[in-house]
Design a protein around this ligand. Structure first.
Ligand SMILES: Nc1ncnc2c1ncn2[C@@H]1O[C@H](COP(=O)(O)OP(=O)(O)OP(=O)(O)O)[C@@H](O)[C@H]1O
Ligand SMILES: [Mg+2]
Length: 240
C-alpha cells in the first residue's frame, strides 16, 4: 500500500526534556491506525509534530513523498491533514454554526456552505442545534461538534486525539462507530486515532502502534488479535 504519511527518526523535546525518541512510522493509504500507550507516552506530542504545532529536533515528516518537516500548520491543513485536539477543541461561547464556520475558516463562502451541508448530513444531531451555544451541549455532542469542525476542512488524513475522552460509554461507542461512515462519506484516506478505549478501538483499527516512553515498542497489522485480550497489549504499557 502507498505510504501517505511518514515520520523518519523523529526526536521531539520540550525544552531540554526529550519526549520522543527516533520515531519512524509509515502510515499508508486506507489504514485505520490506532495509536496507544500509557499516559505521558508522547502520543499527543507525536500528533502535534505531524500537524506542525511542534518541530522535531531531528528527523523528518513526509506527506505524499514530500518533506513537510518545516511546513506551517496552515500549509499542512491545506494539503489535507487535519487534527482533532485532545482538549479545548471547540469554542464554548460560540454557537454550533459559528464553531463549524471556524472549522472551515479558509474556505470560500460557497465552499463553506457546501461543506457545512455535507457535515450536517453526516452529523444530523447538530442540525437542530445550529443556534445553540456549544458550551451548553452534552459532552458527546461537544466531541461530535469538534470532529465536525475538523471535517469542515475536507481532510484526506484525519488525526484524532482521544475523540471519546471524558464521554459516557454509550457516547464513546457512538462516536467510534460513526468513524467508518464518516471516512466513507468524506473520502478520508487515512485515520490515525489515539484512544484509550481499547476494546472499541481495536475492532475499528487495521493497524495498532504502541508507544511507551516516547518509543515505538510494537506495530501490528492484526489489531483484531487483541480484541478479546486487550490485556496482551496493556502489559506492554508497564514494561512487564
Ligand atoms: N507543553 C509541555 N511542556 C512540557 N512538557 C510537556 C508538555 N506537554 C506534554 N509534556 C510532557 O511530555 C510527555 C508526553 O506528553 P503527551 O501529552 O504527549 O503524552 P500522551 O501520550 O498524549 O498522554 P495522555 O495519554 O495522558 O494524553 C509527558 O511527560 C508530559 O508531561
Ligand atoms: Mg495525549
Amino acid at each position: 500500500m502507498e505510504t501517505l504519511l511518514q515520520t523518519e527518526g523523529v526526536d521531539v523535546a520540550y525544552g531540554k526534556r526529550r519526549i520522543l525518541h527516533k520515531i519512524s512510522m509509515n502510515l499508508s493509504r486506507g489504514e485505520k491506525v490506532l495509536l496507544i500507550g500509557p499516559n505521558g507516552a508522547g502520543k499527543t506530542t507525536l500528533l502535534k509534530t505531524v500537524i506542525g504545532l511542534l518541530s522535531p529536533g531531528n528527523g523528518a515528516v513526509n506527506y505524499l513523498g514530500e518533506d513537510i518537516t518545516h511546513a506551517s500548520v496552515r500549509t499542512r491543513v491545506r494539503k489535507g491533514i487535519s487534527y482533532l485536539l485532545q482538549t479545548e477543541n471547540i469554542v464554548p461561547g460560540l454557537t454550533v454554526e459559528e464553531n463549524l464556520a471556524l472549522g472551515g475558516y479558509f474556505l470560500t463562502r460557497e465552499e463553506l456552505e457546501k461543506q457545512m451541508n455535507m457535515v450536517l448530513d453526516a452529523m444530523e444531531f447538530l442540525k437542530p442545534k445550529l443556534k445553540t451555544r456549544a458550551g451548553l451541549m452534552s459532552g458527546g455532542e461537544r466531541q461530535g461538534l469538534a470532529l465536525s469542525m475538523v471535517l469542515m476542512r475536507n481532510p484526506k488524513v484525519l488525526l484524532l486525539d482521544e475523540p471519546s475522552a471524558g464521554l459516557a460509554p454509550k457516547a464513546a461507542k457512538k462516536i467510534i462507530e460513526r468513524l467508518d461512515k464518516i471516512q466513507a462519506t468524506f473520502q478520508v484516506e487515512m485515520v490515525c486515532m489515539v484512544e484509550h478505549n481499547l476494546k472499541l478501538a481495536l475492532k475499528w483499527a487495521t493497524e495498532v502502534i504502541l508507544l511507551v516512553q516516547g518509543r515505538v515498542v510494537l506495530v501490528s497489522d492484526s489489531p483484531q488479535d487483541f480484541v478479546q485480550k486487550p490485556e496482551e497489549l496493556e502489559k506492554y504499557f508497564f514494561g512487564v
